[in-house]
Design a protein around this ligand. Structure first.
Ligand SMILES: [Ca+2]
Ligand SMILES: [Ca+2]
Ligand SMILES: [Ca+2]
Length: 401
């Protein structure tokens, strides 16, 4: 049953560790040193030896190999790229992992400063829009400056630049481009909280400007009829603005996942947080049945807007961004590039990913008694290009590592 309110709804960013890391940013770049997290062992092998990002080379990206992310890469530039709209608290667009990975509104980029060159109602919206302050600057502002920046991390997990000799790679490195929509601040002010009207404007902007995957690491406990209708138009209809919504299922102990994971529209794909032991994270909320896919959450290395440049994080936020990048990498591949949002959802997500033989065990809370399928790019595996995690026909599921 949908619970409704008329006043502003509170938005929560689902990362567990984001604030703990704010006060004392590490001075060491984990990206280029072997990394050992407290409970997880970095992957023992990489799947693509030609990729030079030092975090990848140092085997610090278990999460990327876990989703067979290298299968979503190409040696030549993609003809088609999928725009992923990130609904978050902004991002450092100048970061070495992001600056070449952005969706760009060409008419504004080549237009006149101070003029709404494309007539969409937003002046100078080159890479997205700040719906908190209503301006084109989506970078962290005010008290947010110098912090690690949740949105910077998320953007890097979707589409960090690959083969730039630095940091990390992502499943969407070659196929995804980031549209940054700042819908929440980090300062704790009333205006920093997302509200339904702001969300509706951001949703309408994203689909009007061509975003095909809408990634939410945020969740909120209540909704409005207008916001429901907007999500329905995007995630349930077959209109020109049809898209896929990727929503994290939170893991902070709430009994039931908030919105947008709570929606049951056709193209709501939920990211269920897991570790590299295949286990669903403790405290993961119950979610409706449907397109629920396990995606990595713990011991995840990504970009930071702080001086260190990179950070390690855990939390269900990461799962949504990694899944969004994976879906964009798949959807942009020549094999699937022509599919509509609905056709991609049916043919790739429902018919293939949901039927994978890679499956998590049931969670400890009993919210997912059958476990969840584990998201990966194995549908792109070929005789020439394979990944460790992809099972051969007839090969039994091996023990967890
Ligand atoms: Ca404009
Ligand atoms: Ca302009
Ligand atoms: Ca990189």
């Amino acid at each position: 049953m949908v619970r409704r309110i008329t006043s502003a709804c509170i938005l929560l960013l689902a990362s567990a560790a984001s604030h703990a890391a704010e006060s004392a940013p590490p001075e060491v770049s984990y990206a280029c040193r072997p990394l050992a997290c407290s409970s997880l062992i970095p992957d023992s092998s990489t799947d693509d030896s030609s990729t030079n990002d030092c975090g990848y080379r140092n085997r610090n990206q278990w999460w990327l190999d876990y989703v067979a992310g290298s299968l979503a890469w190409d040696s030549s530039p993609r003809q088609h790229r999928v725009t992923v709209a990130l609904f978050d608290d902004g991002a450092d667009l100048a970061h070495e992992e992001l600056r070449n990975q952005l969706w760009t509104n060409r008419r504004e980029a080549e237009g006149v400063p101070g003029v709404d060159d494309d007539g969409n109602g937003y002046v100078d919206d080159v890479h997205g829009w700040d719906f908190v302050d209503d301006d084109p600057n989506v970078s962290p502002e005010g008290v947010c400056v110098g912090r690690s920046s949740h949105g910077t991390l998320m953007a890097s997990l979707v589409a960090a630049e690959r083969n730039n000799g630095a940091g990390i790679a992502a499943a969407g490195s070659d196929g995804a481009r980031i549209m940054m929509l700042r819908i929440a601040g980090c300062g704790g002010r009333a205006k920093d909280r997302a509200d339904p009207d702001r969300m509706i404007r951001a949703l309408n902007y994203a689909t009007r400007m061509g975003a095909k995957i809408l990634s939410f690491s945020a969740h909120w406990p209540s909704t409005t009829p207008e916001l429901d209708a907007t999500f329905a138009r995007i995630a349930d209809s077959s209109s020109d603005e049809a898209a896929i919504v990727v929503a994290s299922v939170p893991s902070k102990g709430e009994p039931v996942a908030g919105y947008p994971a709570a929606y049951t529209f056709r193209r709501i794909v939920r990211a269920v947080p897991i570790g590299n032991d295949d286990m669903i994270s403790p405290g993961t909320s119950r979610a409706p049945p449907g397109l629920n896919l396990g995606a990595p959450s713990a011991c995840v290395l990504g970009a930071s807007a702080s001086r260190a440049g990179y950070r390690i994080d855990q939390g269900s936020s990461n799962s949504a961004a990694i899944l969004a990048g994976l879906l964009a990498g798949l959807w942009s591949s020549p094999r699937f590039a022509g599919l509509s949002a609905e056709a991609f959802t049916e043919q790739v997500v429902r018919d293939r990913m949901l039927r994978t033989r890679r499956q998590s065990p049931p969670d400890l809370s009993g919210h997912f008694p059958e476990g969840v399928p584990l998201a990966d790019a194995c549908t792109l595996a070929t005789r020439e290009k394979t990944a460790r995690v992809c099972l051969e026909p007839g090969q039994p599921r091996g023990p967890s590592k």
